[in-house]
Ligand binder design. Structure first.
Ligand code: KG4
Ligand code: ZN
Length: 332
């Protein structure tokens, strides 16, 4: 079954063609970061307008690279939530229009399920049950994946998402938006022990995490000492990154042990982070747990993950119809 995946929930316009939910034929992503960078974050109205400009060229490019036409597509899968409402509506309207014009079926896919199921694109993909950590700009949540379509939220952030903490910290430090990659790159040249930033909620009785205190600590540090430069900036980034990776990986392992799960998956934009990847790997290995990490290009938003989520939803019997609404707060 050839699935077209369309993603417009935030600031990436993406389209991909995926065969049977496993084999990527093409995966095209057009990012808007240059447009939003000067505002220090995503401006919803600008995001919607740019999706409208980009969505058809991106779709066309995905079909061309795969050597396919719309005639070859068996199912159209589109992110219908969660995300920015105006941005979601662009993809949803395109999917409905394509469906009406071609007679092909479509489904609305959940963006978070897309992040989780991107791991299906690995050759040795884990089968449920497994523990998933979805860590992105908008979410930081632990899910018990009991089966495809059966997800139990077991813990999440009580305030900022980890990616949000990265982006806000980058702003404090005068680094470009989005802040994840620049901080990660500087951190690799710094000393993670230079500054001890707090780890929120270290107690064993909760599987929640919190990042707003960490962000405030960085702010207080900068207020007292000014924005560091050179090596001191790299040290601060490394210390911040260590605090995020330490808190997340500890809770992740604690959750796996509490739920008796052997397989773990980290996904979402922050799963691209070098220290989070290495620390999760180290701690999982210490306890004989098996960690699965998507390649970096499948961590940030893309159309392939939406094709996989749509394919799995279709197999469960989900069908879209022309009344399908975008749901900006869709809980998985
Ligand atoms: O999944 P994603 O592309 O979009 C959302 O669904 O939010 O995630 C974007 C987030 C941003 O906050 C960005 O700063 C963060 O992922 N990010 C990273 C890295 N690459 C992207 N955070 C830490 N380290 C990275 N290498
Ligand atoms: Zn995302």
């Amino acid at each position: 079954m050839l699935v077209l995946g369309l993603e417009t929930s935030c600031d990436e316009t993406a389209a991909a063609l995926v065969e049977d939910g496993r084999r990527v034929l093409s995966d095209v992503v057009s990012t808007q970061v240059d447009i939003h960078r000067r505002w220090g974050g995503v401006v919803p109205e600008l995001a919607s307008r740019n999706h409208i400009v980009q969505v058809m060229p991106v779709l066309h490019e995905a079909l061309t690279r795969a050597g396919k036409t719309l005639d070859d597509v068996d199912l159209i899968s589109v992110t219908s939530g969660p995300g920015l409402i105006g941005a979601l509506l662009v993809g949803v309207q395109v999917a409905k229009s394509l469906s009406l014009a071609t007679g092909k079926p479509f489904v609305g896919a959940n963006h978070l399920e897309g992040h989780l199921l991107a791991i299906r694109l690995l050759e040795d993909a884990p089968e449920p049950p497994f523990l998933g950590l979805v860590v992105s700009g908008g979410h930081t949540s632990f899910y018990e994946v009991q089966d495809y379509g059966r997800y139990r939220l077991v813990g999440s952030t009580r305030d900022d998402a980890a990616g949000e903490a990265y982006d806000k910290t980058a702003r404090i430090l005068g680094l470009p938006y989005p802040g994840g990659l620049p901080i990660d790159q500087l951190a690799q040249k710094g000393n993670p022990q230079a500054i001890h930033f707090p780890r929120a909620l270290p107690q064993a009785d909760t599987l929640d995490v919190s990042f707003s205190g960490l962000k405030t600590s960085v702010l207080n540090h900068v207020r007292k000492q000014g924005v560091p430069q050179g090596q001191a900036l790299a040290d601060l980034c490394a210390s911040f990154q260590e605090a995020v990776a330490d808190a997340l990986s500890k809770k992740f392992i604690a959750a796996a042990r509490r739920l008796g799960l052997q397989r773990l998956v980290v996904c979402g934009g922050v799963a691209a982070n070098s220290r989070l990847r290495s620390l999760c790997l180290e701690r999982a290995q210490e306890r004989g747990l098996q960690l699965y990490l998507p390649p970096v290009r499948l961590c940030t938003d893309n159309g392939a993950m939406i094709a996989v989520a749509g394919y799995e939803a279709w197999r469960r019997g989900l069908r879209g119809d022309v009344r399908l609404a975008a749901d900006p707060a869709w809980r998985m």
